[in-house]
Design a protein around this ligand. Structure first.
Ligand code: APR
Length: 175
């Protein structure tokens, strides 16, 4: 199926999704935080933090896999997005987040994965720019990886959802 047709868009809470893996917009310590990180840890329960403690952190742009515990998702893929400062450097790091999460997913036979808007909250990344990086990186990856069946972009706010929707529709997104 065409890459763009394997993308879904949702407005809602990523912790509710029964996909193979949800992505956590964490920080480099992987020891929890606010935003989507806090929501995922609350929903997954204390075993998630216990497993995260064994990972020794995660560099910005990197990705680490854990179980999902009490989440409906089987796995959590944790990534640390860039704090938005220098646009060029941040763009390269944000692209690495998406690509490394997708690479790790395929390595573990994960076929459905959901992303929040990494770095678009506390880390201050302008959602219009982040959306293009997220979608372009994902489409390029999907074109080279038949194995990955579905990528869901889950936006918490209506505004962010509409930013993704208009960009996807400009690319011929069929929904
Ligand atoms: N489901 C989906 N998206 C969510 C949820 C949720 N339950 N909660 C928040 N979001 C959205 C936010 O609205 C924002 O658009 O996720 C996006 C990412 O925002 P943050 O969670 O603030 O993440 P980020 O900007 O990457 O900052 C990471 O914040 O929580 C700390 O420990 C985390 O230090 C790290 C930093």
């Amino acid at each position: 199926m065409q890459p763009v047709a394997r993308i879904e868009l949702l407005q809602g809470d990523i912790t509710k999704l029964p996909v193979d893996a949800i992505v956590n917009a964490a920080n480099t310590s992987l020891l929890g935080g606010g935003g989507v990180d806090g929501a995922i840890h609350r929903a997954a329960g204390p075993e998630l933090l216990a497993e995260c403690r064994t990972l020794g952190g995660c560099p910005t742009g990197g990705a680490r896999l854990t179980k999902g515990y009490r989440l409906p998702a089987r796995y959590v893929i944790h990534t640390a997005g860039p704090v938005y400062r220098d646009p060029q450097k941040s763009a390269v790091l944000l692209k690495s987040c998406y690509r490394n999460c997708l690479d790790l997913a395929v390595k573990h036979g994960i076929r459905t994965i959901a992303f929040p808007a990494i770095s678009c909250g506390v880390y201050g990344y302008p959602v219009e720019d982040a959306c293009r990086i997220a979608v372009d990186t994902t489409l390029d990856f999907l074109a080279r990886n038949e194995h990955l069946k579905k990528v869901v972009f889950v936006l918490f706010s209506r505004r962010n959802h509409d930013v993704y929707r208009s960009y996807l529709q400009a690319l011929g997104w069929p929904h």
